[in-house]
Design a protein around this ligand. Structure first.
Ligand SMILES: NC(=O)c1ccc[n+]([C@@H]2O[C@H](COP(=O)([O-])OP(=O)(O)OC[C@H]3O[C@@H](n4cnc5c(N)ncnc54)[C@H](OP(=O)(O)O)[C@@H]3O)[C@@H](O)[C@H]2O)c1
Length: 335
């Protein structure tokens, strides 16, 4: 059995080029005692993968040159050698990497039930991005009914869930997204109260218009100028959740820091970073709650699925061009 894998061969500076990864084929190794073979159907493409390519200190070690590119996956167990927990036919999600088959002892994998939602949802709303949204807005943002919440990256995997949870909790929710089509989707389909098109509108003016009394919680997925614009409109005791800064990930220069940070002082506000993995012990509880909201029709999940491990780089780049809606997923083997 042949495994196709995307191997990191060069650390990119700026946008990852065509020479960043190499598609390699190698035989699937024999299973040792206690191992399972997973056929990966879907690979999660996440902005964080860009950070994992840099040789810098972070919350997890970087991917090494010559290694399979790290990524979340969901797939089916197709062979087992004496595993205590998993059997052939189980569907597991975990860190399988950008490859068609993964051999693992099953540590850090979770079994999922595909009779409830389709497989890709387990790497989207019921997977890492959904968990980020849930704990980010509830535990770090500490939203309360009636508050005004501003979310950047609003049409994306994390932002779309953040805004919907804030609506469920009775907040006024304003999104920021790129382009009129995405903004329409955020308001008409996801139920946000308004959405600012940062590619065609003045973000400062948009925030002033849609959050006339200011912002109680800003959930930041993009950093840069949009973070600065949000800081300028904070209310007293506001919370700023630093989830990500995608506008800065491919910078060749230093990350652009917020010049309006004294708004935190004036408004006795807080700005707090979060890493989803810190909440791992509570994922099950969050998944149950979000699954319930999905069944009740209160939470919509959208995955944008592209085909073929050969198309990994082109598909990954959609995270930075914005040419996708919802959670970006790569299908690497048919179900
Ligand atoms: N802290 C954590 O534990 C954690 C966990 C998961 C994700 N994150 C972070 O959360 C953020 C969102 O992740 P995601 O998986 O939900 O990605 P996503 O929003 O589904 O995809 C990325 C989106 O970012 C937008 N974007 C790209 N370049 C931009 C720029 N220069 N300025 C403004 N927007 C830009 C694009 O949307 P538009 O078309 O709207 O431009 C694109 O669709 C990322 O920063 C990610 O690193 C953090």
């Amino acid at each position: 059995m042949i495994n196709k894998q995307q191997i990191l061969v060069k650390r990119p500076v700026g946008m990852p080029g065509a020479d960043t990864w190499e598609l390699r084929e190698s035989p699937v190794p024999e299973l040792k005692d206690g191992e399972v073979l997973i056929k990966n159907h879907y690979v999660s493409l996440d902005p964080a993968m860009r950070g994992w390519m840099n040789d810098t200190r972070s919350y997890i070690p970087p991917v090494q040159i010559g290694e399979v590119m790290r990524a979340g996956t969901v797939g089916e167990v197709v062979a087992v050698n004496n595993h205590p927990k998993y059997k052939v036919g189980d569907v597991l999600t975990g860190w399988g990497g950008v490859q068609q088959y993964t051999v693992t002892n099953g540590d850090n994998y979770y079994a999922v039930d595909t009779s409830l939602v389709p497989m890709p949802t387990y790497i989207g709303t019921l997977g890492m991005p959904g968990m980020t949204a849930y704990f980010g807005i509830l535990e770090v943002g500490k939203i309360k009914e009636g508050e005004v919440v501003l979310v950047s990256g609003a049409a994306g995997a994390v932002g779309s869930v953040v805004g919907q949870i804030a609506k469920i909790k009775g907040c006024t929710v304003v999104g920021i997204a790129g382009g009129p089509e995405k903004c329409k989707y955020v308001v008409d389909e996801l139920g946000f109260d308004a959405c600012i098109d940062y590619k065609n509108e003045n973000v400062h003016a948009g925030i002033k218009q849609h959050c006339p009394k200011g912002i109680d919680v800003y959930f930041d997925n993009v950093g840069g100028d949009i973070l600065d614009a949000a800081l300028a409109r904070l209310r007293m005791h506001a919370r700023v959740v630093i989830c990500g800064a995608i506008s800065q990930y491919n910078n060749k220069e230093n990350v652009k820091g917020p010049s309006n940070y004294l708004s935190l002082l004036v408004n006795r506000a807080t700005m707090q970073g979060m890493v989803v993995m810190d909440y791992a012990k509570n994922y099950r509880e969050a998944a149950m709650q979000m699954g319930m909201w999905m069944m009740e029709g209160k939470l919509k999940s959208k995955e944008d699925v592209y085909d073929g491990i050969e198309n990994f780089r082109e598909t990954f780049m959609r995270l930075f061009t914005g040419e996708k809606k919802g959670k970006l997923v790569l299908k690497v083997l048919e179900e």
